[in-house]
Write a protein of this length. Structure first.
Length: 405
């Protein structure tokens, strides 16, 4: 029985997607807290652990277009359920892994595939298919804020569990937390009458992908999003190590991650509201440019607890707030019929950068004893990302193969 979405239904749909995002991103963005404890208790080196988490970063991105395509064709419910179960399974199995290969399987593959299947491409795609055009920008901001809320909530809780019950207990707790997202899937995927009108002939997902990858604006968007992934993965993986190098307690790392998540709640909501007012390419350029400045200030000022928290708050405001304007540009260019697939490909570019951010950070600390060169690289990439977003053309592309919005 299908029914139309009223205002209350729009709110419920949006909050359900945000709740699922809170769980999947909250677990993923807290994994850096486990690097030190896993290394000290298992003897697995930081480079090997970093490699496992880097594989997870890439896998999370690689599964996005696949999960998006399956959800676009068969609906999001089966994808989301399978993703949550895989996320819980990977977390539950990790304490039994005593080698780098084991960590790659549990965290790099199982957990990452599960979290990716329950993340941006499927959730934003599912919401866009169900919401009217005027509600999509703000909804993507709320969904994105859900992921940031997860980071704010999960990081300090998991740090406390690590300190009291050990990292294994924290991993098992995280598996249980992941399962709490299951009831929300039914709410998000309940049958409704879609407001999206497909007035033009649908020639299939492969034609949509072929059209997208030939478009210069789409390629520039992906290149900028690559930098975003490099930046975020480097920080969530190695911020605890940076804090330790500065002689500060582990709580500074967990609270910094939590502050990043809290600040990004406001940043995501603000970005979502800006999408309907300003060109998204300018929003993205401003965000990447601000990161360049913040990293420069971080390198100049002393590494105190207060400065870490201020740095986290500044970065947090744009942390994953890049998602709403990025998804908006994809939707403007190609419509929402295959938004899950095409935005999933954009996320693959993001996570290619994330792989390098996580893995090269581990190599840098071994080779140089600090993360100095990583900070310089991060700053330069952010500046480049700010510049290459400016030539993007946001006008919708007239393609007979694309479904209209």
């Amino acid at each position: 029985m299908f029914r139309s979405l009223g205002k209350r239904d729009i709110l419920i749909t949006t909050l359900a997607a945000a709740g699922i995002m809170m769980v999947t991103m909250g677990t993923r963005q807290s994994l850096g807290l486990f690097v030190g404890p896993i290394g000290s208790t298992t003897g697995i080196g930081i480079a090997t652990i970093s490699l496992a988490l880097a594989v997870g970063q890439f896998t999370w991105g690689a599964i996005q277009p696949v999960a998006g395509a399956i959800a676009d064709h068969y609906g999001p419910r089966v994808v989301l359920i399978g993703g949550i179960l895989l996320l819980a399974l990977g977390s539950a199995l990790t304490p039994f892994m005593s080698s780098g290969l084991g960590l790659i399987i549990s965290l790099g593959l199982l957990s990452a595939i599960g979290a990716g299947a329950g993340s941006f491409s499927v959730l934003i795609g599912a919401a866009a298919q169900r919401l009217p055009n005027e509600a999509r920008g703000s909804a993507s901001g709320v969904i994105n804020a859900g992921g940031s809320l997860g980071q704010f909530v999960f990081a300090p809780i998991l740090q406390k569990i690590i300190q009291s019950a050990g990292w294994m207990g924290a991993m098992w707790s995280m598996a249980v937390m992941a399962l709490t997202a299951l009831p929300l899937i039914a709410t998000l995927t309940r049958p409704v009458e879609s407001p999206v009108v497909h007035a033009q002939k649908d020639t299939g997902v492969l034609h949509a992908i072929n059209t997208a990858i030939k478009n210069p604006s789409y390629l520039l968007l992906n290149a900028g999003f690559f930098t975003c992934g490099f930046h975020i993965a480097f920080l969530v993986t190695h911020l605890p190590g940076e804090v330790k190098l500065c002689g500060l307690p582990p709580s500074v790392a967990s609270w910094s991650l939590a502050i990043i998540g809290l600040a990004n709640i406001f940043g995501s909501l603000y970005a979502g509201s800006c999408v309907s007012k300003y060109r998204s390419k300018y929003i993205l350029a401003a965000m990447y440019g601000s990161r360049t400045l913040l990293i420069l200030l971080y390198l100049i000022f002393p590494r105190t607890e207060l400065n870490f928290y201020l740095f986290a708050a500044g970065l947090g405001f744009t942390w994953l707030a890049t998602v709403p304007p990025t998804a908006a540009i994809v939707g403007k260019l190609f419509g929402v019929r295959y938004l899950g697939t095409l935005f999933g490909l954009t996320l693959l570019s993001h996570q290619t950068g994330a792989f390098l951010g996580a893995y090269l950070g581990g190599l840098a600390i071994i080779q140089f004893g600090d993360y100095g060169w990583m900070w310089y690289a991060d700053m330069v990439l952010a500046a480049i990302a700010a510049i290459i977003n400016l030539p993007i053309r946001e006008e919708p592309i007239q393609q007979t193969s694309m479904a209209s919005v």
